[in-house]
Design a protein around this ligand. Structure first.
Ligand code: ZN
Length: 375
């Protein structure tokens, strides 16, 4: 395949990718055994740090905003009644990514993270924004959105996913859904006390979802549980079983008589703390996206922490430091100084993810940047 030698930029353009380009990107990842890191962002500075890492690693990347991330982007000083701040923040974050991504020369998947049933008004608002954007530009504002109805009975989970996927199919937007139970706690869904057996999705369940969603659109991904846990916990509590994904691929392949070895695009949630070999096995079994949040939150903070520790005596007052009582400290407390250290630290952690998920250099040879304005 010629695209394999040219790399991703021979297939899709830099900037936010949607629709067919997004599916092309996911297929390329699946067929070449790598997964794209999806990093949760909460501000323009976290977005930029992630884009910077992707540029340096010549890798595609996913930027995702959670509901909490969106209300933070909107500013905590306004009301979130009826999810108004969540929706406005989602739009603001998307516009920042859209404005900047192409200048970094990397394809970016713009995604919204976990949306439980009680947050559906947020989802509804984002889809409306996608539909409005589609009218103007022929593509949705976001590449994809995630619905997490895994707390609901499976039939209801799938029925609601189908309802939204019908709408999303019209604007070429992709749906990520969650099946089974991911342990731990994420955005208000607490599964810390769930018994172990339900942490593993059955092939029949994945087939049911695949069959139902495929009847509407091929643009969907599945976050199935194979022992993964949200957040960082003591290792060894739950055993990761990536072979569950391989079994499901085989089961579905036989059901549909599909020529593709891995018909399902899987997403890996709760991967913090997983071993590199477990991650690689999950990728071999069709994981094309892996969420990263907890570790990058720490990395961002760690950048501030180390900056303050190193420059402590220069950060206690606006004027006055070990060099003299009248010496100004502006070049230490200026947010651009300590936040830049946070960005560098976050960027370094994201680079590790690119290495673990084997995305480094996947863009192929340097292709000159062609930037088109589409806001
Ligand atoms: Zn999840």
């Amino acid at each position: 395949m010629s695209s394999a030698t040219n790399g991703i930029l021979g297939l899709v353009p830099p900037g936010v990718v949607t629709g067919d380009d997004l599916v092309t990107l996911l297929r390329y990842a699946r067929d070449n055994n790598f997964a794209i890191p999806a990093v949760n962002c909460t501000s323009s500075t976290t977005v930029n740090a992630v884009l910077e890492a992707a540029k340096e690693c010549r890798s595609p990347v996913m930027i995702q905003f959670s509901n909490g991330g969106c209300t933070f982007l909107a500013g905590k000083g306004i009301s979130n009644k009826d999810q108004k701040a969540g929706i406005a923040g989602a739009v603001a974050g998307a516009y920042h990514v859209r404005a900047m991504a192409k200048y970094y020369g990397v394809p970016v998947v713009l995604h919204s993270d976990h949306c439980a049933k009680k947050l559906l008004p947020w989802f509804e608002g984002m889809i409306q924004a996608d539909e409005e954007y589609f009218k103007l530009h022929g593509e949705p504002l976001y590449s994809s959105h995630m619905l997490d109805l895994s707390e609901e009975p499976m039939e209801e989970n799938v029925a609601i996913c189908k309802r939204y996927l019908k709408r999303m199919a019209k604007i070429n937007c992709l749906l990520e859904m969650e099946l089974g139970i991911t342990g731990g706690e994420e955005d208000g869904v607490d599964n810390t006390s769930v018994d172990n057996a339900s942490l593993y999705t059955q092939p029949e369940e994945i087939w049911y979802v695949y069959k139902e969603l495929s009847s509407i659109s091929h643009r969907f991904t599945i976050a199935a549980s194979f022992g993964n846990v949200h957040g960082v916990y003591r290792p060894g509590n739950v055993k990761l079983e990536p072979n569950i994904l391989a079994n499901a691929q085989k089961y579905i392949r036989e059901k549909i008589g599909c020529p593709e070895e891995k018909p399902v695009f899987f997403v890996f949630h709760g991967g913090s703390g997983s071993s590199k070999s477990e991650i690689k096995e999950a990728i071999r079994n069709g994981v094309v996206k892996m969420n990263i949040d907890t570790d990058t939150q720490w990395a961002y903070w760690d950048g501030v922490r180390t900056f303050v520790a190193k420059n402590h005596d220069y950060m206690q007052a606006q004027i006055g430091n070990p060099k003299g009582a009248d010496k100004p400290n502006k070049k230490f407390y200026d947010p651009r100084k300590w936040l830049r250290n946070a960005e560098k630290s976050l960027s370094a952690r994201v680079k590790e993810a690119f290495i673990d998920l084997e995305t480094v250099g996947r863009l192929g040879e340097n292709v000159s940047l062609k930037i088109t304005s589409k806001l």
